[in-house]
Design a protein around this ligand. Structure first.
Ligand code: GLY
Ligand code: MN
Ligand code: MN
Length: 435
């Protein structure tokens, strides 16, 4: 497995020129009243090292003669390990993580300048750790102050995250394999959720059963699960999940598992009692049509906005046909009138982060194209707020439409042969949603 991380570091160093990069692991788990809450590794750090501990720094120094990959890690400490878990330690880290040199994190201030000095730039992401940000900045300023005497050293700081995104946006085979594993358990959970959801049960019961399956697979929950019945489906980030489901409700479930930090992100919407109302069915079919049209645009070379545009066009035209919007479709799209019913984007990259890294536009405002190896969610929706009020020039909507919220979300791998719907194991036809 180390060769995988080594390859990633090499590919990154090829982009760095004579710069030095510093990546920090996520800070320690949060303590509340003596209870330690879960630690979650920083995705960039994990991508480059596969190391799952807090309190570590990775330095990439392609210009250095011997030490191109240097790690600073927490030293072994018997007492602390009794309380907070095992540490790899300085001795073992070299072989286990393939580092050219490993130091205790306590030596960071003493050793880091040596590595920064040889580079012409510093790549670092100013994240949430204010103490570390300050430390890195001070090292850089000190080296800058002595630059005139040396004539070498970093004269600028560039964002390390932006540097790395160009690699992370194209998933490697081992990453796609992990996403497939996360998808597999999520597919199972969604299919099980449809089996057990029925009037009288509580949203949290469905959530618990799904998250139980994620955990049983050796994984976890990718993001706070949304199990939203009835009107709750119109709240995009509804997470209370405490309502008792009623006959006549739709149930919108946006939930995914994660395996080894790689995520799945799936939404399905179905009638709790097994039959769509006429209005629910019409809007469901429209969202499904929009989603299929959007998926068809997820092709290598197509600009990133094409799939959203396809979804917006389908939904806007459909809403006009239903009389929920009035006007010329092109004008309505231009004026973004669809946002009254479809107020979010159609998707995002997916990977180590649920909303994965990846710059979407070029400096000239054109959209970057999809490339084989991208993984993106496709998740259009229609939400008719219970208290919907039309903007000027648009019609009021009939009560029968109100409180309907529908989203359909799949995870799609861009391949040279076209879009591969990784989450196809959860059906989404009207017939399957009523089964
Ligand atoms: N579940 C988060 C999202 O769909 O973006
Ligand atoms: Mn989602
Ligand atoms: Mn999503």
């Amino acid at each position: 497995m180390q060769t995988v991380y080594q390859q990633r570091r090499q590919d990154l160093m090829a982009l760095m020129g004579e710069g030095t990069a510093v990546f920090a692991s996520a800070p320690m788990a949060v303590m509340h009243n003596d209870v330690e809450y879960n630690f979650r590794q920083d995705s960039d750090f994990y991508y480059l090292t596969g190391f799952d501990e807090p309190g570590a720094i990775a330095v990439l120094a392609p210009h250095h003669e011997e030490h191109r990959f240097v790690l600073f890690v927490r030293p072994k400490d018997k007492d602390k390990e009794i309380w907070s878990g095992r540490r790899l330690g300085v001795e073992a880290a070299k072989a286990a993580l393939g580092a050219d040199e490993v130091f205790s994190i306590e030596e960071l201030d003493a050793k880091l300048p040596d590595y920064l000095k040889g580079g012409d730039r510093l790549f670092y992401h100013f994240g949430h750790d204010a103490a570390l940000n300050g430390k890195i900045l001070r090292h850089w300023q000190r080296l800058l102050a002595s630059y005139v005497k040396r004539g070498t050293g970093p004269t600028a700081i560039a964002d390390a995250r932006l540097l790395l995104q160009s690699l992370r946006r194209v998933k490697r085979p081992e990453e796609i394999d992990l996403i497939r594993q996360a998808v597999a358990v999520s597919v199972k959970a969604h299919n099980y959720a449809r089996e057990i959801a029925q009037p009288g049960r509580y949203e949290y019961e469905i959530q618990a059963e799904m998250e139980h399956l994620f955990k049983l697979a050796g994984g976890g929950t990718a993001y706070p699960s949304i199990v939203a019945s009835g009107d709750n489906a119109c709240i995009l980030h509804y997470v209370e999940n405490n309502r008792q489901m009623q006959a006549g409700d739709l149930l919108l479930i946006d939930a995914g598992g994660c395996i080894d930090y790689y995520n799945a992100d799936i939404t399905r919407t179905f009638p709790v009692a097994g039959k769509f109302s006429a209005e629910q069915r019409i809007l469901y079919e429209l969202v499904l049509e929009a989603q299929l049209n959007a998926i068809a645009e997820v092709q290598p070379g197509k600009p990133f906005n094409a799939f959203h545009d396809a979804a917006v066009r389908t939904i806007t035209a459909g809403l006009v046909e239903l009389g929920l919007l009035v006007g010329d479709v092109d004008t309505l799209i231009e004026e973004k009138k669809h946002k009254a019913f479809f107020m979010h984007g159609t998707g995002h990259f997916l990977g180590l982060d649920v909303h994965d890294t990846g710059v979407l536009r070029n400096a000239d405002k054109t959209w970057k194209p999809f490339a084989a190896g991208n993984v993106v969610t496709v998740e259009p929706g229609i939400y008719v707020m219970p208290d919907y009020e039309p903007v000027e020039g648009q019609p009021a909507v009939d009560d029968r439409w109100r409180g309907i919220g529908i989203r359909i979300e799949d995870d799609v791998l861009v391949t040279d042969a076209g879009p591969e719907v990784l989450t196809a194991g959860v059906p989404k036809s009207v017939a399957a949603m009523e089964a």
